[in-house]
Design a protein around this ligand. Sequence first.
Ligand code: 5GP
Length: 179
Amino acid sequence: MDHIIQIKDKRFTISIPEAAILREVDRVAQELERDLADKNPLFLSVLNGSFMFTADLMKRLPFPCELSFVRLASYQGTSSSGSVKEVIGLNENIKGRTVVIVEDIVDTGLTMQRLLETLSALHPQEIHIATLLLKPDKLMADLNIEYVAMRIPNDFIVGYGLDYDGLGRNYKDIYTVID
Ligand code: 5GP
């Protein structure tokens, strides 16, 4: 196990080893089972960053549920509002469903807020949020995040699905930037 990795111009060190991640994924899975086992929830995994978390989480859910993937595409608006995010890939009818958004990391929460607005307009019965990571100090949006695997400081991280400029998603541990 390499404790320090280099990706492009940055060095990172292991901050959360795989075993510690999986302990928390176990706990979140148990909480989901406790709360949603009889609701046939539809899990909506937000690509790309949450693919590894989604796989480990789904393996631990011993009740009927469905999984679909969405992606948030950034595009430059023609107005001065700048960068907007559009939800793409949602093919399921979520009306009346119990939906669980599966995210890699909630930072300011603005991405999640946008996603919630889009999904709410489709009239699901309820929407829950499950995130691998939360940076509580950066959170700006007023969100009810019920399922959080780990809370972390403000530093930039990679690994376990998260990237730096497209690289680093493949590492099984989570790494924090050093310099
Ligand atoms: P938010 O809208 O909550 O500020 O940003 C959420 C998104 O920013 C995440 O889905 C993720 O793509 C990206 N992000 C935020 N913090 C980090 C980080 O520390 N590392 C990586 N790789 N992505 C991050």
